[in-house]
Write a protein that binds this ligand. Sequence first.
Ligand SMILES: C[S@@+](CC[C@H](N)C(=O)[O-])C[C@H]1O[C@@H](n2cnc3c(N)ncnc32)[C@H](O)[C@@H]1O
Length: 245
Amino acid sequence: METFDPETFGLLNAHDYDERNDPGTTEAEVALIQEIAGSGDVLELAIGTGRVAVPLAQAGVNISGIEASQPMVDKLREKPAGRDIPVVIGDIAEVSIDGMFDHIFLVFNTLFNLQTQREQIRCFENVSKRLREKGTFLVSAFVPDFNAFQSHQRVGIRQMRQDSVWLDACQHDPVDQILEFQRIHLKEDGLRLVPLRLRYVWPSEMDLMARLAGLRLKSRWGGWDRSEFDAASKMHVSVFEKAHA
Ligand SMILES: C[S@@+](CC[C@H](N)C(=O)[O-])C[C@H]1O[C@@H](n2cnc3c(N)ncnc32)[C@H](O)[C@@H]1O
């Protein structure tokens, strides 16, 4: 696949992101993040259209965001509670924003949008620099699962309706830990392709990235309901805290 730079996701997805990307956990995500954030200053990395940030702002959380894609931020600004959320257009690997924060979060597998291990480590390091003492960094991501793959490939149905189908074609590069997707929407009147390229990270590798950045794992759950994280978990919600010097 050609390069997948920080702005590519928004160019391909912004116009119908909210209709197509409801993970069904938004309420639970907001509740847990709100509980962790309390009255502190909060930063969402890759704020997108504000799926999580808008309800947090409505609940009175003092939230700011960083986002690479202006079209995604334009969608955020269409929502009344999203108009006044401070957002810096920038790269989540750099975290170039003024101020210090009590809580930073990066949800919906978006750490994996950073295309190399080096960029992902840079993200952890720069988050650590922006966290106040006792500050926390929450990351949610899927746990890679290759059961359905054959010869490093799989094709599956994502959504089927009477007049259309979304198919997911995926290729796995286990050396660089890359998943290349082509989301294919087939309808009677045409075809749409929505590519996505992710560099996945194992939970154990994430813990090492955190350690390199002076952070350590505080909690890890297998879901937004704080269920136990175990070998059957499909995703994890991990909270890192600034390690004492
Ligand atoms: C899956 S969406 C998540 C949006 C939002 N956090 C949510 O949970 O709905 C991924 C977001 O990451 C943004 N993004 C991807 N790479 C980025 C980067 N390097 N820096 C900043 N934003 C990036 C995309 O533009 C998109 O808004």
